[in-house]
Structure formats: C-alpha cells, structure tokens
Design a protein around this ligand. Structure first.
Ligand code: SAH
Length: 219
C-alpha cells in the first residue's frame, strides 16, 4: 500500500475536524475550505510526521524550513482570491508545494519561486504526480519578483521580508493586483496590498510568524 492509498477513514475524520476548526476560527470562504479538505497535506510533510498533517500547526520540511499552519494558509488564500479566481499568480517560497497546490485550482497560471533547489525538486515532482499542470517553477530570489512574467493579478509570499520589496509592488497588475505578504523580523504583520493604477492601499491583517525571506540560492 502506498502513502496515497494509506489515507483511510482516520485521516478523513481528521481532515473534517481541521475544516471545522478553521471555520470556527473565522475562515468562511467555502472554496478555500473545500480545497483544504481535498488536498492531501500528509503527502507534503515528512513521512514520520504524516500522522500530524491535519493538525492546525506548521511542521518541519527540512533545510530549516516549515510548511505553514493550515489556518494561515487558509487566511492568505482567502485574502488573495477574495474577488474570485485569478489569471496569473506569483508565489514566493514554494517550500513543500502545499500552498502552491491550493493556488493552482484558483488560478489560470501559477509561477512559484524557491531558493533551495532540493525543496523545489521535491515539490515539483509531487505536484506533477498530483496531476497539477498549470504551475511553473523558478529557482530564483522571489524578493525580486519574476520580471519577465509580470504583471501579476496576485502575489503571495510565504516568507517574510523586513520590508515589502519595491519590485513586488511594481509587478502587481495596475488593475486591482493583490499582494498578500508577511512583513517584519522579530515582529511580523500579515499585509494585504491592493493596487489601483499608481495607488497602493496597505491593510494590516494580523500578526504572524514566518521564516525570513533570504537572498542567495542553495543548490
Ligand atoms: N509555502 C510553503 C512555505 C515554505 S516556508 C509551504 O506551504 O510549504 C517558506 C519558503 O520560502 C522556504 O522554502 C524558503 O526556502 C523560501 N524562501 C525564502 N526566501 C526566499 C526567496 N528570496 N526566494 C524564494 N524563496 C524563498
């Protein structure tokens, strides 16, 4: 029996419990809740931790990185797609690929950047196995955005810069582009920035804890 078949009833129950918990915490977006319920998070964590995959907590994925807590993944996804599906989305920090797998069904095209090559290879293979075909993987410093593919209708960062990089703002679509990003070092705040022409509106959402956005690639 492989891991996919091994999901079983227990895991189905823990998934349903996770969804109940997220809705109790104020996640009301049904599309997002459905996606979280149908996405096999246990495949995105190390096998030894897969029995904890449907707990509402972040877990290690190697290389000092973590798969984000489901609550915050749900919150950020709901913020990005508040007005419905988007055409072109950029993600900074592929990591395990879990957030990427949630972006794919809600976007026409997803571009995801990662600086640690082995993490990127693993998530690329996993998403391919899951039949997800509208994701393009880049090994690059996501803090620079992805100039050649800009503008983006949505940008989401799963690592925290000290300040919002200018390049991400510039690469937002002038027609309602949305950026969801944690900002800060010791204390971080989740921010939503929306763009209308040359006007950028910043909204503080809630305090969060993310790994830092770092420069330089790891092969
Ligand atoms: N979305 C991921 C979260 C992984 S943690 C998941 O659900 O698993 C954040 C990721 O951001 C890490 O993999 C880290 O290597 C990556 N990261 C940090 N700085 C980066 C940068 N400048 N460019 C691209 N990725 C970066």
């Amino acid at each position: 029996m492989n891991r996919q078949q091994g999901i079983g009833m227990t895991s189905m129950r823990t998934r349903v419990r996770l969804i109940e918990r997220l809705s109790e915490q104020g996640i009301t977006d049904v599309a997002v809740l459905d996606l979280i319920q149908s996405t096999p998070r246990h495949l995105f964590v190390e096998e030894a931790l897969s029995h904890r995959a449907y707990e509402d907590r972040s877990l290690p994925i190697g290389f000092g990185q973590t798969i984000s807590q489901p609550y915050i993944v749900a919150k950020m996804t709901a913020l990005l797609f508040e007005n419905g599906p988007l055409e072109k989305v950029l993600e900074i920090g592929t990591g395990s690929g879990y957030q990427t797998a949630l972006l794919a069904p809600l976007s026409k095209q997803v571009f995801t950047t990662e600086r640690i090559a082995p993490l990127q290879q693993r998530s690329k293979a996993l998403l391919h196995t899951m039949g997800i075909r509208n994701v393009h993987f880049a090994l690059s410093d996501g803090g620079l955005g992805l100039e050649q593919k800009a503008p983006f209708d949505g940008i989401i960062s799963t690592c925290a810069p000290e300040e919002i990089p200018e390049s991400l703002l510039n690469q937002l679509s002038p027609e309602g582009g949305r950026l969801v990003i944690p900002v800060g070092r010791q204390e971080q705040m989740l921010m939503l920035v929306t763009r209308d022409g040359d006007t950028f509106t910043h909204k503080a959402i809630e305090p969060v804890v993310f790994v830092p956005l770092l420069k330089g690639l790891v092969s």
